[in-house]
Ligand binder design. Structure first.
Ligand code: DSN
Length: 424
């Protein structure tokens, strides 16, 4: 592929090469990012990109589905087995579309949905004011307790009783603790709401048995496939048998046309990879690494929302350091440490220049890094923070980061028999 690219489009070839070098020569701590295996990469760039397959296996609107039907069935079966779900739809183009399809399957426009506030860790599509989900539906947001940073189920129950939403959404993009999906299930039952669980961030931890699964409690579970789950960029819906037909219709023809068959093929590969002891070891190490990083940051006097982490991510509240999240994220980027600035619960600062920084450990774990490297990374972050205006020190940290990266090559750069390069 590279030869053809190099030959026909040297400009794009060169840019891809530069991005490879960036990914390989930096410590990537954005918790929603990862490195996929060579196998996932190959499936995703395969000839399946050439095929239209509107509909579902056995009921398509185009001919020539001899192979695509088999692939989609495999992807569905692997997802059902992995998540222990009655039904899987592997066609959503992304988590955002998957969420909208889940709502469309269960309720009518104008009905009320209740999800976590974006500024407290929820996702845009959980009914945040700038998202279409708050225009098609009435939206009510619950928040975390600003003292503890944790979900407050008494407050969530009271809000649900007050507004009687048709759907309650459990799940987050910036919540560092375990989510009690069973309690969300009880609250949904009490108010007669459907429960949707968005596990985009924690799906890999759920399949590895490290985080409680929402599948027994939720009517529909929504996820992306590329975060801790380590597949290609895509989305997926899992649901109880009684909702299967409505969910399928909401995805196609409700919201989408032809599924991206190359992505769906790569999802099938990722599901096979996730169904292995190596994947479980990787997921366990993700959490150990997050804890090691968090503990060391605490030692350096960083404030973490909720005081730590139970999962793959943490949120630094930088107000005691008197450095805005964006300024630190940019300085860290110059030192080859890639993070994202983020609001913290109750943040007085605006979302484009918030007080927090979000860090996660999936990508460094896939490279084979362990607790001692996570602690070393905390030291790098501390040094950049303490020397935020000293460019020579930031540059020196960048050199040390590059050295560390060179000891943990990106798995995508070579073919590994035990898949994904996890050296567990
Ligand atoms: N934008 C993703 C994240 O970074 O968490 C969620 O969709």
């Amino acid at each position: 592929m590279k030869t053809a690219l190099e030959q026909y489009d040297p400009q794009i070839y060169e840019l891809i090469r530069q991005e490879e070098a960036r990914q390989s020569g930096s410590i990537r701590l954005i918790p929603s990012e990862n490195y996929v295996s060579r196998a996932v990469m190959m499936a995703s760039s395969s000839c399946l990109t050439n095929k239209y397959a509107e509909g579902y296996p056995g009921k398509r609107y185009y001919e020539g589905q001899q192979v695509t039907d088999l692939i989609e069935k495999l992807a569905q079966d692997r997802a059902k087995k992995l998540f222990k779900a009655d039904h899987a739809n592997v066609q959503p183009y992304s988590g955002s579309v998957a969420n909208l399809a889940a709502y469309a399957a269960l309720i009518q426009p104008g009905d009320t949905i209740m999800g976590m506030s974006l500024s407290h860790g929820g996702h845009l599509t959980h009914g945040w004011k700038v998202s279409l989900t708050s225009k098609y539906y009435k939206s009510v947001s619950y928040e975390v307790n600003t003292e503890t940073g944790r979900l407050d189920f008494d407050a969530i129950r009271d809000l649900a009783k007050k507004h009687r939403p048709k759907i309650i959404i459990s799940g987050a993009t910036a919540y560092p603790r375990t989510i009690d999906f069973d309690v969300f299930g009880e609250i949904a039952q009490e108010v007669g709401a459907f429960l949707i669980s968005d596990i985009a961030h924690i799906a890999g931890l759920v399949v590895a048995g490290i985080h409680k699964s929402p599948v027994p409690y939720a009517d529909v579970v929504s996820t992306t496939t590329h975060k801790t789950l380590r597949g290609p960029r895509g989305g997926m819906l899992l649901c109880k048998a009684e909702h299967a037909e409505k969910v399928d219709k909401a995805v196609f023809p409700g919201l989408q046309g032809g599924p991206h068959m190359h992505t769906l093929t790569a999802i099938a590969v990722a599901m096979a990879e996730a169904d292995t002891p190596e994947f479980v070891a990787y997921a366990q190490q993700v959490v150990k690494n997050a804890k090691a990083l968090a503990d060391k940051l605490l030692e350096y006097g960083f404030n973490l929302v909720t005081g730590g982490t139970d999962n793959h991510l943490m949120l630094i509240d930088l107000r005691n350091k008197d450095i805005p999240g964006k300024k630190l994220a940019k300085a860290l980027d110059r030192a080859r440490i890639v993070t994202n600035y983020n609001t913290v619960p109750g943040d007085p600062a605006p979302p484009f220049n918030p007080s927090g920084l979000r860090l996660g450990t999936p990508a460094i774990t896939t490279r084979g890094m362990r607790e001692s490297e996570a602690e070393q990374i905390a030291t790098f972050i501390h040094r950049v923070t303490e020397n935020i205006d000293k460019e020579s020190i930031i540059e020196q940290v960048g050199k040390e980061v590059l050295l560390l990266c060179s000891q943990f090559p990106v798995p995508e750069h070579f073919i590994i028999p035990q898949r994904n390069g996890y050296r567990g």
